[in-house]
Design a protein around this ligand. Structure first.
Ligand code: C5P
Length: 221
């Protein structure tokens, strides 16, 4: 029997990749599958939370009576949906691998192949976690993810500050079996009060339990 420690809490989550259209048949995307987001959503719902799950075009979506899935394609669409749901949420969790850039213009007919280089100008997408972090009210709590290659912990802590997050989960890239598409992940979790926990490589379902325990302790502390 699970504890029902999140009853009455509303959670907004982003998950999966985003696809940024180049033309009607092509896009810029990434390898995110949404597995980590799905595991976190189910763990929260099993503890009684009501979850608004905003998913990019990912292979994995959670099914649970307390989870409502909204499907989006681009970062702009994800941002609009996240903003709308975050207003009435207690917690925001940003697991999505949002594309940092999008093509400046979406061509309406299919680009023809030519025997010369093709240039596509990319412009930055909104940073959803940062923008919602800036709007965050006192009672709201946000959690983000970081994937770093060097000075992992320093950069994760910087991100915690710059995105005005309460908690950040650092994915270790220096470990086989962690990250995109794997069923396992190896994380460290940090908050703004110098609390940190370092975990072993484990299944994403177990990582979700550790993260939700961490959030629960932070909310109660
Ligand atoms: O800056 P970076 O992409 O490393 O930050 C990762 C964190 O920020 C993740 O929690 C991710 O979901 C979130 N993010 C976002 N919107 C973006 C880029 C990242 O919400 N455009």
């Amino acid at each position: 029997q699970q504890t029902q420690s999140f009853v009455g809490k509303k959670v907004m989550m982003t998950s999966g990749p985003t696809h940024e259209s180049i033309d009607p048949v092509r896009f810029i995307g990434n390898h995110s599958t949404g597995k980590m987001g799905k595991a976190i959503a189910l763990e929260l719902a099993n503890r009684g939370a009501e979850v608004e799950f905003i998913s990019g075009p990912a292979a994995h979506a959670p099914h649970h009576p307390l989870i409502r899935v909204t499907k989006v394609t681009s970062a702009e669409e994800m941002f609009e949906a996240a903003k709308a749901y975050f207003e009435t949420s207690d917690i925001g969790i940003f697991t999505a691998a949002v594309a940092d850039y999008k093509p400046e213009t979406m061509v309406t007919s299919k680009l023809k192949k030519k025997e010369r280089a093709l240039q596509i100008t990319l412009v930055p997408n909104p940073d959803i976690a940062s923008q919602l972090g800036a709007m965050k009210k006192k009672h709201q709590f946000t959690v983000g993810f970081a994937l770093e290659t060097d000075e992992e912990q320093v950069n994760a802590r910087k991100k915690l500050e710059s995105k005005n997050l309460d908690v950040i989960v650092l994915n270790s890239l220096n470990h086989e079996g962690a990250g995109f598409a794997h069923d396992t992940n190896k994380v460290s979790i940090f908050d703004r009060h110098n609390k940190e926990q370092h975990f072993e490589l484990k299944s994403k379902v177990e990582v979700a339990k550790d993260l939700v325990d961490f959030i629960e302790q932070s909310l109660n502390g």
